[in-house]
Design a protein around this ligand. Structure first.
Ligand SMILES: Nc1ncnc2c1ncn2[C@@H]1O[C@H](COP(=O)(O)OP(=O)(O)OP(=O)(O)O)[C@@H](O)[C@H]1O
Ligand SMILES: [Mg+2]
Length: 153
C-alpha cells in the first residue's frame, strides 16, 4: 500500500520528513537508502534538508548538485552518517561506483538520500526505498512512499 500525503508548505514537508524518519525501516545488511524521485522543483532537496535538520545537522549548506555527494555525522541510535547524493549529472551507475558507492552502500550505519535515482538505476539491488515527489501547484506538493518503508506502530 502507498502512503500519500499533501504538503502545503515547507513546514508540512519538514513534518513529513520527520514522520518518515521516525518510522523508517532500517536495513541491517547495508545502508538504508532512500531514493528521492520527482521532477525539477518537486521538493526532493527541501525534504533532504529537513531530514538532515531532524538528525541534528547544523552545517547543511545546499544541494549537492555540483559536488554530487555530501556526508554529515549524525546523532542517531542506528545511523552514524547521513549521505546526500544528487545523481542529476550522472549518466550511469558506474559513475556512482567511481565515487565509492559500494563502500557507502554496504555500511548499515549510513542513511543515504539519493536524488535523481533514474540516472543510476542499474546499481540498485531492490532493497532501496523510494519516495515520490509531485509538483501540484506553487506551494503544494504530493509526497508518496510505500508503507513497507515505514514500520507499523
Ligand atoms: N510544500 C512544499 N514542499 C517543499 N517545497 C516547496 C513547497 N512549496 C514550495 N516549495 C518550494 O519548491 C522548491 C523545491 O525545490 P527543491 O530544490 O527542493 O526541489 P528538487 O526536487 O530538489 O529539485 P531538483 O530536481 O532541481 O533538485 C523550493 O524552492 C521550495 O521552497
Ligand atoms: Mg534537488
Amino acid at each position: 500500500m502507498l502512503m500519500k500525503v499533501i504538503s502545503k508548505s515547507l513546514a508540512d514537508t519538514a513534518d513529513i520528513a520527520s514522520t518518515i524518519l521516525k518510522n523508517l525501516k532500517s536495513n541491517k545488511k547495508g545502508a538504508t537508502i532512500l531514493l528521492l524521485r520527482g521532477d525539477l522543483g518537486s521538493g526532493k532537496t527541501t525534504f533532504a534538508q529537513a531530514l538532515a535538520r531532524e538528525l541534528g545537522v547544523k552545517n547543511y549548506v545546499t544541494s549537492p548538485t555540483f559536488v554530487l555527494m555530501k556526508g554529515y555525522k549524525v546523532n542517531h541510535p542506528i545511523f552514524k552518517k547521513l549521505i546526500h547524493i544528487d545523481a542529476y549529472r550522472l549518466n550511469r551507475g558506474q559513475d556512482l561506483l567511481s565515487l565509492g558507492w559500494e563502500e557507502i552502500a554496504s555500511n548499515p550505519r549510513n542513511l543515504i538520500m539519493l536524488e535523481w535515482p533514474e540516472r543510476v538505476t542499474d546499481i540498485f539491488t531492490g532493497a532501496e526505498q523510494q519516495i515520490n515527489f509531485k509538483f501540484i501547484d506553487e506551494n503544494t506538493r504530493e509526497i508518496q512512499w510505500p508503507e513497507t518503508a515505514t514500520k507499523q506502530k
